[in-house]
Design a protein around this ligand. Sequence first.
Ligand code: B1M
Length: 212
Amino acid sequence: MATLEQVSQCVVDGDVAGVQGIVKQLIDAKTPPMDIINKGLVAGMNIVAPLFKSGEMFVPEVMESAETMNKGMELVKPLILDTDMTTKGKIMIGTVNGDLHDIGKNLLIMMIESSGYTVIDLGVDVKEETFVSAIKEHQPDIVGMSSMLTTTMMKMESTVAEMVKGGVRDKVKVIIGGAPISPDFVDEVKADGYAEDASTAVELCDRMMASI
Ligand code: B1M
């Protein structure tokens, strides 16, 4: 019988074909989709992270792990999306200027979408001016910024400053997150809220929407 540990191992090994087979078996066996995500796919990336840090895994291998996680996610995603739900609000999310990390952002988007929000994904390496022009075009309720590098976290501040300059800062709530980000960073970059992970980000969005 397929196990969640096998899913994690496939992510570590970058085994796309393997992960697809095992995830399909787990879905057929009625394993809760969020278990497949959290205890299988994300758990695998949590094994990869320290190996990358210690130099035991290199960029191409980490990319393969990320690709494997995404392929597994593709199979699970339809199970947690309720497309008939009316939208709770519009949320725009991007990884800040200079930062190419998108695994956490994509997970976040999946969770937020599945809880009933409409999400506009700006992708990675999003320039300050792009956030502003996209706010003008799409008029979201909430703008989320993700940063995974200490070298890009201050781009959150410059992006908020650009929103002020562009006259859109008071039209949106701004939320932030990512590995180097902490709650006290909210005041530093003049954002409105911080979430540690994808689940708490959904709760944060709900609170923000209630305050609009
Ligand atoms: Co990068 N990388 N990386 N990397 N990478 C880190 C972040 C690092 C901590 C690893 C390390 O050395 N210890 C380190 C940063 C160190 C620092 O800044 N202090 C690092 C580095 C240095 C780099 C490069 C500079 C390496 C190099 O080239 N020399 C380079 C930078 C490229 C760039 O962005 N310009 C780089 C490249 C890469 C890869 C391309 C190989 C790959 C990214 C692939 C991709 O994203 N498509 C990669 C990866 C995978 C990692 C680690 C190993 C894993 C990140 C991840 O996906 N985690 C990471 C180590 C680590 O985090 N411990 C590391 C799984 C994911 C589910 O979690 O992203 O944390 P996470 O997202 C969570 C929360 O943070 C939160 O919710 C998410 C889901 O629960 N969250 C939010 C995230 N955004 C949020 C926004 C919110 C709210 C919550 O509101 C809007």
